[in-house]
Design a protein around this ligand. Sequence first.
Ligand code: ADP
Ligand code: MG
Length: 250
Amino acid sequence: MLKITDLEVKSLDKTIIHDLNLTINDGEIHVLMGPNGTGKSTICKVLLSHPDYLVTKGDIIYNNESIKDLDTTSISRKGFFLLNQNPIEIEGITNAEMLRNALAERTNTRVDIFEFNKKLNEICNIINLPKSFVHRDINYNMSGGEKKKNELLQLFILEPKFIILDEIDSGLDVDALKTVGEALKNYYDKYKPSILIVTHHADILKYFSDYQVHVMKEGTIIENGNQNLVQKIETSGFGATTINGTDLNE
Ligand code: ADP
Ligand code: MG
């Protein structure tokens, strides 16, 4: 179980997140929505201990242990995976090299090259990614949609228990969205991970039957709900968002 309590996050002297509370039980899917610039990506990155951000108040507890001061490698070893909104390009290191090392690091075992290649091929088939991508430099010269699929390749290899998807659907065409949605659904049905999905669209959510929804505005969660809240946002936008009946835009 992940429990974020009274979280305040700063970058330099700017407060980006404040008074944020969120609990995600094992196997639950939670959706985070909200206007641009409200801190959705920041919270995703803070969970993986991104060095740009400082937690100045509150705590992040995972399975009864605070992870807020752990380094990214240790958090990854606990089974966390972040799919970035804007995946970085790394020229000169191939996917295969990085993934084999990452898997060895994460599992503390030697990775058999034949087993590993077999698995890579299987995953490429599942997510409809050309096998040649395995030997391409990490995200280098890939389109937005290809990068998202390439990140998904990493997810399938590392088999995380806690998945954070920061706008996985942005940049995907209709066919790619279907492939990605179905692949994620299959992963969820097989491994039952916890998932935090940041999105602006309901389309990716139709692959999941049960999830909770949180709306973030100006650095904190201001409304919680279910599928109905997504419908309301799709129809009326975030402008209609209220808290205890008070319109926060006023
Ligand atoms: P969202 O994902 O909801 O669109 P972000 O989390 O990316 O929003 O950003 C929230 C706010 O924090 C924005 O105003 C952004 O400019 C600011 N911000 C994000 N990262 C940094 C940083 N490293 N340094 C300074 N400001 C930042
Ligand atoms: Mg963002």
